[in-house]
Design a binder for this molecule. Structure first.
Ligand code: SDX
Length: 428
C-alpha cells in the first residue's frame, strides 16, 4: 500500500502519494497538486525543502556527513580509485573493467583537440579576464565547431557528445590558464593519463620537457574525485534545467560553469584563500574576522564554512584537510596560510554562533591550500572545481535526458500590483 500524505486546505483534504528512495528518504509527490486543488502551488525559495528529481547518481546525508557516488563511499573512491574511473562510474553507473576504461580513454583522447579557430576566440579576451568567464564562453563556443553535439537523442549520440566535452574541456581549462600567464598553448600527449595530460598542458615549460610529479598527480586526481558530483547543488541544477530545454550538453555545461563561479558556490575556494591572505595581512587576528562573520550588519561571511546540506562535517573537507598536510610535507612546502586556516577552524568549531547553526568547514575550506601547493594560481581554483565537477554535470544531464524529464519551469506566487489602467505620460 503506497504511503500517502494528507493536506488540509481551508477544510478540504487532499491525499498526495509519498515517494520512498532506496535510502528511505521520503518525498511528497506534488505532481498533481495544482490541478487537484484548482491552482494551489508550494513555495520554497532556494528549494531548501524541494526535491527536483529522482536520481540514482549521488547520495548524501547532510546530518551524518555521508557522501556516495553510485553507492560507493567517497572515502573509498578517494583512496582507491582514479578520476577517469570515477567519471565512468558517475556517467554510466558502474566501475569500468580495464577494457571499458581503455576504450573510454581512447575515445576521449580521439576528441582531445580543439579547432584552431577557438584560439582566436581565446585571444579576444584580455589577459586579466577571470578564467571562469573565459571557460564558460569557450565551452559554449564549442557548439559552433561541433554542431552534431546539440540534438542528441540516442545514447550513441549522447556518448559522442560526452567524450567530446571530456576531451576538450581540459584543453580549454589549460589554455585559459596559459593565456593568462602569457604562455604558448600546449596540447599535452596521447601517452599520458587523463589527469597527467592536463597537468602537462598546464605546466609544461615552453623550452623544457614535462616530467610527471607523482605527488602532484596523486593530489590533483584525489581533489578531482572529491569534486566530481554532489547531487542537486546550484550548478548541477542549472545544468539539468538548461538541459531540460534540449539546448545541448555543451551549453548546459557552460551554464553550470557560470553558476559555479559564484562565491557562495564554487567560487568560495578562491574566496577562502583571499580571506586567509587578508587575515594574514591583518596580522593573523582570526578573532576579528570571526566577529565580522557573526555581525549581521557586516556582509562578510566565513568563506569555506557552512553548507546548505551538510549540518555536520563535509566528508570531503575531512579528506582534503588530511591531504593538505601530507602534500605540503611531501613537497617540502611551509604555508602559514594552512596554520591560519586550522586556527580559524578550531575557533569556529568552539564558537556558539557556528555550533548553534551547525556551520562546519566545507569542501572549499582546505582545497585552495593544496591547489596553491601544486602551483595553481588562485584565479584557477574554481576552474579546477569545474574540471572535477564535469563528470557529475554530464552524468546528471544524461540521467535527465534518458529519463525524458519535462522542461523545467517552476511556478510562483505573484505579489505585485493588481490590475490597473494605463495613464498617459502627461497625466502621471
Ligand atoms: C559549495 O550545494 C552544494 O552541494 C555545494 C557544494 C558542491 O559540492 O556543489 O558543496 C559546493 O558550494 C560549498 C559551499 C561554498 N560556499 C561557501 O563556503 C560560502 C560561505 N557559506 C555560506 O555562504 C553558506 O553557508 C552557504 C551559501 C554555503 C549555505 O547557505 P544557506 O544554506 O542558504 O544557509 P543560510 O544562508 O540560510 O545560513 C543559515 C545561518 C544564517 O544565520 P541566521 O540568519 O540564522 O542568523 O547561518 C549563517 C547565516 O547568516 N551562515 C554563516 C555562514 N554560512 C551561514 N554565517 C557566517 N559565515 C558563514 N559562512
Amino acid at each position: 500500500m503506497a504511503k500517502m500524505a494528507t493536506l488540509d486546505i481551508e477544510g478540504k483534504k487532499y491525499e498526495l502519494p509519498i515517494v520512498e528512495g532506496t535510502e528511505n528518504e521520503l518525498g511528497i509527490n506534488i505532481k498533481t497538486l495544482r490541478s487537484d486543488t484548482n491552482g494551489v502551488v508550494t513555495l520554497d525559495p532556494g528549494y531548501k525543502n524541494t526535491g527536483a528529481c529522482e536520481s540514482a547518481i549521488t547520495f548524501l546525508n547532510g546530518e551524518k556527513g555521508v557522501l556516495r557516488y553510485r553507492g560507493y563511499s567517497i572515502e573509498e573512491l578517494a583512496e582507491k580509485a582514479h578520476f577517469l574511473e570515477v567519471c565512468y562510474l558517475l556517467i554510466f553507473g558502474e566501475l569500468p573493467t580495464e577494457n571499458q576504461l581503455n576504450k573510454f580513454h581512447n575515445d576521449i583522447k580521439a576528441q582531445s583537440h580543439v579547432d584552431e579557430d577557438v584560439k582566436r576566440i581565446l585571444d579576444g579576451f584580455p589577459k586579466a579576464a577571470h578564467p571562469m568567464g573565459v571557460l564558460s564562453s569557450l565551452t559554449s563556443a564549442l557548439v559552433a565547431f561541433n554542431p552534431s553535439s546539440v540534438n542528441v537523442d540516442s545514447e550513441e549520440d549522447m556518448y559522442k557528445a560526452i567524450v567530446k566535452i571530456l576531451g576538450k574541456f581540459p584543453v580549454l581549462t589549460a589554455w585559459t590558464y596559459r593565456k593568462r600567464m602569457g604562455l604558448p598553448l600546449d596540447y599535452g600527449g596521447d601517452s599520458l593519463g587523463y589527469v597527467d595530460n592536463f597537468l602537462k598542458m598546464m605546466f609544461k615549460k615552453p623550452n623544457g620537457e614535462y616530467a610527471t610529479n607523482d605527488i602532484v598527480l596523486e593530489a590533483l586526481d584525489k581533489l578531482l574525485i572529491l569534486h566530481a558530483d554532489h547531487e542537486q547543488n546550484c550548478s548541477t541544477s542549472t545544468v539539468r534545467i538548461v538541459g531540460s530545454s534540449h539546448a545541448g550538453l555543451f551549453v548546459s555545461i557552460s551554464a553550470g560553469i557560470a553558476a559555479l563561479w559564484g562565491p557562495l558556490h564554487g567560487g568560495a575556494n578562491q574566496a577562502v584563500i583571499e580571506m586567509l591572505e587578508a587575515i594574514k595581512a591583518d596580522g593573523g587576528d582570526t578573532k576579528k574576522f570571526m566577529a565580522k562573520a557573526k555581525d549581521k550588519n557586516d556582509p562578510f561571511r566565513l568563506m569555506g564554512f557552512g553548507h546548505r546540506v551538510y549540518k555536520n562535517f563535509d566528508p570531503r573537507a575531512k579528506i582534503i584537510k588530511k591531504a593538505a598536510d601530507s602534500v605540503l610535507e611531501d613537497l617540502g612546502i611551509e604555508d602559514d596560510i594552512l596554520d591560519i586556516a586550522k586556527a580559524l577552524e578550531k575557533e569556529a568549531l568552539e564558537d556558539p554562533y557556528f555550533v548553534d547553526r551547525k556551520l562546519y568547514p566545507n569542501v572549499d575550506f582546505y582545497s585552495g591550500i593544496i591547489y596553491r601547493a601544486l602551483g595553481i594560481p588562485v584565479e584557477m581554483f574554481t576552474p579546477m572545481f569545474a574540471l572535477g565537477r564535469l563528470p557529475g554535470w554530464i552524468a546528471q544531464w544524461r540521467e535527465m535526458r534518458l529519463n525524458k524529464e519535462p522542461i523545467g519551469r517552476p511556478r510562483q506566487i505573484y505579489v505585485g500590483e493588481t490590475l490597473r489602467e494605463f495613464t498617459p505620460i502627461n497625466e502621471r
